[in-house]
Design a protein around this ligand. Sequence first.
Ligand SMILES: [Zn+2]
Ligand SMILES: [Zn+2]
Length: 265
Amino acid sequence: MEEFRMDPVDLTFDLISSEKTGCRECLTAGDAIKSIEFKKGYIKIYEMKDRVQPSIYQLEGKFFKHSNAHGYEELIVEDESHSANFASYSADDIEKLLLIVSERLNELKGYNIGRNISVSRYVNGHDYWDLVILPIPKHSAERCHICESLSYVGNREVYKTENIIGYVPFSPKKNELLRITTIKHSAIENLDNVIAFDIANLLIKIMNKFTKGITFDIKQSGTEHFEIEVIAGERDPIEALGVTRINYSPEKTAKKISEKLTDGK
Ligand SMILES: [Zn+2]
Ligand SMILES: [Zn+2]
């Protein structure tokens, strides 16, 4: 059981989580909700039900009257065995995978789950994408900050084709190597095979040069322009969405601390 809580002072979110560490796909038990043909087998999609639940401790007040955190998570799995094959895929395979992710996000759009999207892939782990959509933190923007930031890339540009650009952001995230985005304003749900192929080629180049462990994370701005964050090492998709994971219960911790403070020693 996990739940989101918001700090009303700085408006940041925590996820109170008792999740065990380990490969998310290997911890999963349950039936696939969908299969899609891929290479010589099938991609299977598993819905993760433990991720987001309404809070039982509702924070009352001006900022957060009730916890309507629900959100959604699914794993898009190419291979059931615990192995890492992404780096050996061809550009055609990766293009196809990106289009499958795009199509899946398109289908999910109809459910009104939220707009804060992260589809992350730890290249050196089990062969799956971890797709998380949260209603929080809410994106709201009038202009596209990605389009705007592209006009100031300057000497932070590292790669470019007619369609896509790779650059080091002005203000990178923790462990972020670079960011990939489309030069034209474009939503991940509208991904076409030309752009997907360009991205696939760049991902392959990156995987060949950075072999220590990479996470690719597809994100989307409030104005629906997507980008891919390239992170050194493995990253928690929840943290990628700006939410801090807390592995203890505030209520149980309060009890422990007050017992300690009043035990008379
Ligand atoms: Zn695994
Ligand atoms: Zn844009």
